[in-house]
Design a protein around this ligand. Structure first.
Ligand code: NI
Length: 309
């Protein structure tokens, strides 16, 4: 007998383990199809899960609705307990590890790189992209691969508007606690998600929470050619101190060659950006991407550290 739910487009999943009809469960696709057929968008998705052994009724891919920002879920990465802050702030800008880790770059002109972590976000990132475009500012986005898979269009726009993409892992774990093969998987999965979405590869790595052991930084650099990018200006915007505090912290701490850390995940950070970007531009700073900033540093002759006036 046809289950009444099927009349509305739901798929009924059965268990192949027991051969018995399982309790009707709703598949995600069925739920979305129903939403679409009712002509409404829905930001909530059924939490029903399917096992690998479940038999799923065949669905014509052409009839499956495309993922949009309205029908995908997004979860703010949860941070529990104190997170390590940048332990490299006191390192010199040049030295034996300068090719592997950068917190800032020695430059002779007022160039800076502003970076945004943890996106793409379906609303905040496009809003930020508008602000950057209005001011002709280029930024670097350290994206989470999982979010790239959810919002590939946002990443495509980011790339098409001239911004640089960096690797911020696939699922935002604390890499320093993980084995090499898991770290490698996290980085490669993020890289592949970026390549799938926008046809580019991340150029540099920012480890979540800045947590990456020196030994890990060395093999990642050797194997994947990623320099580890930390930061020299941290407004602690993830604590959501309010837009004006974020702005004043960035304006008062930025110096030439700075790498500024911010998060396009948080709407209050994006709210802070018009005043922050205008303030930095008024002070004469010129925005470049992280790779551009690194290239400027590499032009400095060995032993010569450009003064950061
Ligand atoms: Ni992060």
């Amino acid at each position: 007998m046809k289950n009444p739910l099927q009349t509305f487009g739901f798929q009924i999943l059965t268990s192949s383990k027991t051969g018995e009809p399982a309790l009707p469960r709703l598949s995600r696709r069925g739920f979305i199809a129903l939403s679409a057929s009712l002509g409404s968008s829905c930001s909530m998705i059924s939490s029903a899960k399917t096992d690998a052994n479940d038999q799923v009724a065949k669905v014509d891919p052409a009839s499956a609705p495309a993922r949009t920002t309205a029908n995908t879920t997004y979860r703010t990465p949860q941070v529990r307990g104190p997170v390590p802050r940048n332990p490299d702030l006191n390192l010199p800008a040049s030295g034996p590890t300068s090719g592997i880790t950068f917190s800032r770059v020695a430059v002779s002109q007022p160039y800076i790189a502003i970076t945004f972590d943890d996106g793409p976000h379906p609303k905040n990132t496009p809003r930020l992209l508008d602000m950057l475009r209005e001011r002709n500012v280029r930024a670097t986005f350290y994206v989470i691969g999982r979010n790239v898979d959810l919002y590939p269009n946002v990443l495509r726009r980011t790339v098409s508007e001239g911004h640089e993409i960096g690797n911020h892992t696939y699922s935002h774990p604390i890499l320093s606690k993980l084995g090499d093969s898991t770290v490698r998987d996290e980085l490669l999965k993020c890289r592949d998600a970026v390549a799938r979405a926008a046809g580019v590869k991340p150029r540099t790595l920012r480890p979540p929470y800045g947590a990456l052991l020196q030994r890990q930084r060395e093999w990642v650099h050797r194997e994947l050619d990623y320099p580890t990018i930390m930061w020299s200006v941290d407004p602690l915007d993830w604590k959501r101190p309010g837009p004006s505090v974020v702005t004043s912290r960035i304006l008062s701490n930025t110096t030439p060659g700075a790498i500024v850390l911010a998060h396009d995940l948080h709407s209050s950070t994006v709210d802070a950006m018009p005043a922050t970007l205008d303030g930095l531009l008024n002070k004469g700073y010129k925005f470049v991407t992280v790779s551009q900033l690194l290239a400027m540093g590499n032009q400095t002759a060995p032993g010569q550290v450009a003064s950061g006036q």
